[in-house]
Design a protein around this ligand. Sequence first.
Ligand SMILES: [Zn+2]
Length: 301
Amino acid sequence: MDICPKCGEPLTIENIPQKKTTNYNDCIKKCKTCGIGISNSKTNQTIIYKNFKDNIPKSLHYKLDDILKLSINQVSHKQKIIRMGFVTSEDTLSWIFFSYFIKNNKTDILLKLLGFKIEEVVDIYFWGVSYNDPSINNNFRKTLVNILKDKFNEEEKYYSEPDIIIETKTKIMFIEVKYNSENSTGKVEKIKKYLKKEYFLDFKKANKSLYYELIRNWSIGNVISKNKEYYLLNIGLKRNFDKENTKENIILFHESLNNKNNFIRLTWDKIVENMNNEEIDLYFITEMNKKIFGKANGHIA
Ligand SMILES: [Zn+2]
């Protein structure tokens, strides 16, 4: 690509070393007027915004700064904001999708799209921070941090940050959001402390699955849910989930759980398709369609 995807003017070619693109400044090709860079990779290039907020529709900037400031993993905080400037960012996709429904009082539609019965949504937590009450003293945030410290011996520097948590009157749903990637795996040693026997039927299968993020979320979510029903939702692109479904790991993970029916996988493709039947703003439908069905999901193919 040699012209700016926003203004159509020729891109500036910077005289800087070609390295792996970690932020806007690294980009050799840029439109300085628009603050848009093109990643340096030879294939699967993506767009990187100088200001990550340009990657999010304006009406969804509401509360974003307050929430990001308090995201529970403070060490990865700066990195998170830089990464959110990438069109391929999972965090940006999560924010756009979930914050739309809570900001516009349309959580009934959200529950329906996720396949749940309509009930009152108490709050939605982004990276551990309450949307309704983004403060350091919010009870849920405090409880979550205490659980990570006391029950899972996590160090403050490495706190797990659940992508999205939806709390309804009767349920807690943790949502592991995927975009261009499949579910992450990790070494057995890393998984060990999250294997609580109350929540697994078969440790061996969980271990063998190596699905570090899913195992971690399954246990943390079960602990925090107390007397509410706990669900783990895994949302990703159909093409990645189709690939994953042919592998043994996802079957092993599923079979390892004490309560198999509460682990639910949904595809973005189906969710966005179903959005057409709901009363939601056109700009939001357009944005989600671009993200899920657009050119190679944020990559310039
Ligand atoms: Zn431009």
